[in-house]
Design a protein around this ligand. Structure first.
Ligand code: URA
Length: 221
């Protein structure tokens, strides 16, 4: 994947387990490690098919979800909806059981987060999103067959555009909007599949499935 690249520093797609780029998140990890030493409590690596055409970008690990289990979206409500929908649209094989050793396999999709460490109150601040962006850019760059990015929520949308050096003003966030980017890449947006959004019906199961219908159509076109 050719990306416009303004940095000279080289990044791997995954931060080191003791990444110290964000002091607040590093301190929060230490607090969580002391309180729950058997939880993962590290930057959560991506999960799925590294050779995929589809990359899903979430927000950040949930405290008792990915931060506990060590796999994105695993162990919280957002994952229940995401993995059920991936299975329905042929992107996952096996039964999701909210554990990283459930044997679930993803087909043609890889999942990562805009911010790799759990943030207090589920809210990363702007500097943390910026600090973590080189890892997102490296993830995108590493995927030779990548055609489509799915941003779950506005923060993932904005950070993905910046990682690709695309103008945010040219691509307004919109649920199920499709953005045509440089190099033939496409970006699709969805409201985040969080419990809050589904409880308030900002996002329904039907609305989320429509996004995946759109994605299937775009990947087949
Ligand atoms: N879990 C994740 O890994 N990412 C999210 O955005 C939400 C829950």
């Amino acid at each position: 994947m050719q990306l416009k690249d303004r940095t000279t520093e080289r990044f791997d797609p995954e931060p080191s387990p003791d990444c110290g780029r964000c002091s607040r998140l590093e301190a929060f990890r230490a607090t969580n490690r002391a309180a729950n030493p058997d939880w993962f409590n590290r930057p959560v690596p991506g999960f799925g098919d590294a050779n995929a055409r589809l990359l899903i970008i979430g927000l950040a690990p949930g405290l008792k979800g990915a931060n506990r289990t060590g796999r994105p979206f695993t162990g919280d409500w957002a994952g229940d909806l995401l993995f059920a929908t991936l299975a329905k649209f042929g992107f996952a094989d096996g039964a999701y059981q909210a554990r990283p050793d459930d044997g679930l396999r993803l087909n043609d999709v890889f999942i990562t987060n805009a911010v790799r460490c759990v943030p207090p109150q589920n809210k990363p601040v702007g500097a943390e999103i910026t600090n973590c962006r080189p890892f997102l850019a490296a993830q995108i760059r590493s995927m030779a067959k990548l055609r489509l990015l799915l941003a779950l929520g506005r923060i993932a949308h904005d950070s993905t555009l910046s990682a690709l050096a695309e103008k945010r003003s040219a691509h307004a966030f919109g649920h199920n909007a499709t953005h045509r980017l440089e190099g033939g890449l496409m970006l699709v947006d969805s409201y985040h599949c969080s419990r809050y959004n589904t409880n308030t019906r900002r996002l329904t199961v039907d609305m989320f499935e429509q996004v995946f219908e759109n994605i299937r159509g775009l990947l087949e076109s």
